[in-house]
Design a protein around this ligand. Structure first.
Ligand SMILES: Cc1cc2nc3c(=O)[nH]c(=O)nc-3n(C[C@H](O)[C@H](O)[C@H](O)COP(=O)(O)OP(=O)(O)OC[C@H]3O[C@@H](n4cnc5c(N)ncnc54)[C@H](O)[C@@H]3O)c2cc1C
Length: 140
């Protein structure tokens, strides 16, 4: 029987979902419908298909987060070039620990790494400086 809980407010968070059309492609997918790839970001079933970022299911999985999508990008681009010219591919090695910065939308943010958390306005300023530095790279 379903449980009933009295609450003041509900915050419902969900993970990312794979596009449903991937199920019609014949590509090897994981149980959640993401494209299964090897360390070189190549589809396990179709070597002429590459996937990176949220849509890719790595053998050594990581959370669906921008940091991994961004870092996989150059490897993806390089490996497509290498595949087209018949060269050996290079592996994407996602980092084992990463900094999580979450805005609290009230001028503060939370930072989490290695199981340690801190929060405050200074964390938000730190997050904004990291984000701004990243965006500036595309404005040159
Ligand atoms: C609200 C929210 C907040 C987040 N905050 C953070 C954060 O603070 N830090 C962090 O690290 N990560 C965060 N993430 C996660 C981060 O946004 C994703 O991990 C990242 O964007 C994944 O990048 P991607 O390029 O793989 O996919 P996406 O950024 O989703 O890009 C996929 C692109 O493909 C396009 N597309 C889809 N289908 C088709 C099609 N059939 N044909 C052509 N184009 C198509 C889409 O329009 C989109 O532009 C957040 C995500 C959300 C939703």
């Amino acid at each position: 029987m379903a449980e009933r809980l009295d609450v003041d407010e509900v915050v419902w968070t969900t993970s990312s979902g794979a596009p449903p059309w991937l199920r019609q492609t014949g590509l090897a997918l994981d149980l959640d419908g993401f494209v299964r790839v090897d360390a070189e970001l190549r589809s396990l079933s179709h070597p002429n298909v590459f996937a990176a970022g949220d849509v890719a299911a790595l053998g050594d999985p990581r959370p669906k987060a921008g940091v991994f999508a961004v870092r996989a990008g150059p490897v993806l681009a390089e490996n497509i070039r290498r595949a087209l010219s018949g060269k050996a591919l290079t592996a994407f090695r996602p980092q084992r620990s990463w900094l999580v910065l979450i805005s609290l939308a009230d001028g503060r943010a939370i930072a989490d790494k290695w199981g340690l958390s801190v929060s405050g306005r200074w964390v938000n300023a730190w997050k904004r400086s990291i984000d701004a530095r990243f965006i500036r790279r595309f404005q040159r």
